[in-house]
Design a protein around this ligand. Structure first.
Ligand code: GLA
Length: 408
């Protein structure tokens, strides 16, 4: 009898998860794109900063090409009122979050916010444990469109993580508003294996990214431990099967354009990258169908940063509705080759040189399982070539060549 009861309960949990997932999976059909405040503002973020970001993102066209979220990370909270409603810090957000949401919505931008599955967040602010329903309703009443839910201060085991994330996902589902749910437990409990099932739309696969190419290149004397662009890419390469519409592997924010700025992305060896490396981050994030969250000073981007963040061909690869993450076909001798199937039956191809010297790479498309000849478009240079079956490129250190292949 007890056994039957257990089986029935497991079946009910499974069905509830599936129903929850089928509703929630519609929320992020392509990887979310926008701005996340953490790497540039840390917990000093204010409502005026958010307005400045919104205005800049409209003025420089970022919103119009798809970066349509602004996400307020940690540091906005001001505790709870006498009814236990979570409230923003009145000094940083004097007009309240609802007024700010109305403002960004009027510009065609959606608003994201941050909390944590414990009493306090990573930066020590009020969080949502035991207040999930109430906070989800508050966020919905403010007009929030996306919640990033962190895991600082929570127990290390996977079962508790699954329970706490499901609790908040259910609360969001019952809140009366469509709110995208981002799981942020840094990959330690393999959230790609359960994130969608508990109602997540994306899950961080790793710790916080630093503004650097790779931990392998940490300069002597810099504090160690932070992960760089290549470290995140390498981890994501093994997780292809878990991504798809409504459920994305999240290798963390874009560091493009930060150039070694002091702050969260600048510690643990975050000394900055060159533009080739920033362009590689963009290339690899898009090939791997990652969420694209800008974190630099969008009101004062230089030409290189603008060019990297606004290339329409690379963005279309990230946002392709098929939602397939590129498969790493080759990982040998400092070369990595990625192939991403696209919804029109064509492919995006990436060739990354992880070595620190410029080198020539020759490959036949047959080696990647592609028969026949393909026309190629180099998405970064605009160069087109007809009917290719063999490719040969000189690739600079840490550069990624991205080609669109089509057979028509
Ligand atoms: C954690 C997250 C970061 C950021 C900070 C805020 O470290 O992984 O992305 O949200 O917390 O405190």
């Amino acid at each position: 009898m007890q056994k039957i009861k257990t089986i029935l309960m497991a079946a009910v949990f499974f069905c509830a998860c599936l129903t929850g997932f089928s509703q929630r999976s519609k929320l992020a059909p392509t990887p979310p794109m926008g701005y996340m405040t953490w790497n540039y503002y840390a917990d000093k973020i204010t409502e005026q900063d958010v307005r400045t970001i919104a205005d800049a993102m409209v003025a420089n066209g970022l919103v119009q090409i798809g970066y349509d979220y602004i996400f307020i990370d940690d540091g906005w909270q001001g505790g709870r009122d006498n009814r236990n409603n979570i409230i923003p810090d009145p000094k940083k957000f004097p007009s309240g979050i609802k007024a700010l949401a109305d403002y960004v919505h009027s510009k065609g931008i959606k608003l994201g916010i941050y909390s944590d599955a414990a009493p306090l967040t990573c930066a020590g602010y009020t969080a949502s444990l035991h207040f999930e329903e109430q906070d989800a309703k508050t966020f919905a009443s403010w007009g929030i469109d996306y919640l990033k839910y962190d895991y600082c201060g929570a127990p290390p085991d996977k079962e508790t993580a699954m329970k706490r994330y499901k609790k908040m996902a259910d609360a969001l589902s019952n809140s009366g508003r469509d709110i995208v749910f981002g799981i942020c437990e840094w990959g330690g409990r393999q959230p790609w294996t359960w994130g969608a099932e508990v109602g997540g739309n994306l899950w961080r696969i790793d710790g916080d990214i630093r503004d650097k190419w790779s931990a392998d290149f940490d300069a002597p004397g810099t504090p160690k431990g932070g992960i760089g662009i290549l470290d995140a890419v390498n981890r994501n390469a093994d997780l292809v099967q878990y991504a798809g519409p409504g459920k994305w592997n999240d290798p963390d924010m874009l560091v493009v354009g930060l150039y070694g700025r002091k702050g969260p992305s600048g510690d643990l060896g975050g000394v900055g990258c060159n533009d080739i490396e920033y362009q590689s981050q963009m290339s690899l994030w898009c090939l791997q169908a990652a969420p694209l969250m800008i974190t630099c000073d969008v009101a004062h981007m230089n030409e290189a940063t603008k060019r990297i963040l606004t290339n329409k061909e690379i963005l279309a690869i990230d946002q392709d509705p098929l939602g397939k993450q590129a498969e790493r076909k080759i990982n040998k001798d400092g070369w990595q080759v990625y192939l991403k199937p696209l919804s029109d039956g064509n492919y995006a191809l990436g060739i990354l040189n992880t070595d620190s010297t410029s080198r020539k790479y020759n490959i036949s498309l047959e080696q990647l399982g592609l028969s026949g000849k393909y026309n190629t478009l180099n998405v970064w240079t605009g160069e087109t070539k007809k009917k290719q079956s063999k490719l040969s490129y000189e690739v600079k250190p840490h550069a990624t060549i991205v080609l669109k292949l089509n057979q028509q």
